[in-house]
Ligand binder design. Sequence first.
Ligand SMILES: Nc1ncnc2c1ncn2[C@@H]1O[C@H](COP(=O)(O)OP(=O)(O)O)[C@@H](O)[C@H]1O
Ligand SMILES: [Mg+2]
Length: 220
Amino acid sequence: MKNTLLNAVDIHKSFGTLKVLKGIDITVYESEIVAIMGKSGSGKSTLLQILGTLDNSDKGTVEIDKVEITTLKSQEIARFRNDKIGFIFQFHHLLNEFTALENVLIPAYIGQTNSKLTNDKAKELLDYLGLSERLDHKPGQLSGGEQQRVAVARALINDPLLVFADEPSGNLDQESSDELHNLFIKLKHDLNQSFVIVTHNQELGSLSDRTLYMQDGNFI
Ligand SMILES: Nc1ncnc2c1ncn2[C@@H]1O[C@H](COP(=O)(O)OP(=O)(O)O)[C@@H](O)[C@H]1O
Ligand SMILES: [Mg+2]
């Protein structure tokens, strides 16, 4: 039986009178790619934010790595998130004033890990992602696909237990999009990396191990 990385039970979330999540259950195992699909406005991003500890649910529990998130104080959550969770968004959210290498290093500095080791590791990661010639480029000097791969390296620098991605290929052309999807598969095989990916992309849906469809506040 595979290790359970995340177990969320009976997640509810409303914004005012709008009930967005109505009792979601989800379990994610190690070395697994889970795709979450569903219409725009169905609550995918809301769910991902809650699973990723960026937002609170109104009701329900989220356990990551056997830790129930609501038992942590807010500083502990920030630390936990930086250690255990990587994020990739539709828009890369790289810092424009910093180079590719510096952007990848930011979560490592926050975690106060040894700088020589992390510097080497960031270079290794960028090399693995085909960006060894782009270390000193700023985001504005990179293509959309390259920017997103830097964001992947940033998500991976602290060896996260789990990576959450919200429409990561939503802003990419077909070729870069395929490249990114293949990269997720490769990371799963090479590093046993687990992902929870919100996507509208059918191909990514079919490449994933499991696809969950959201509708009316629940999975169908
Ligand atoms: N912070 C918020 N305040 C009020 N309404 C929100 C907020 N975030 C999301 N919503 C609403 O919740 C619903 C689900 O949004 P979202 O989770 O972003 O959907 P999806 O990612 O599936 O497109 C939408 O109707 C959206 O307008
Ligand atoms: Mg969304």
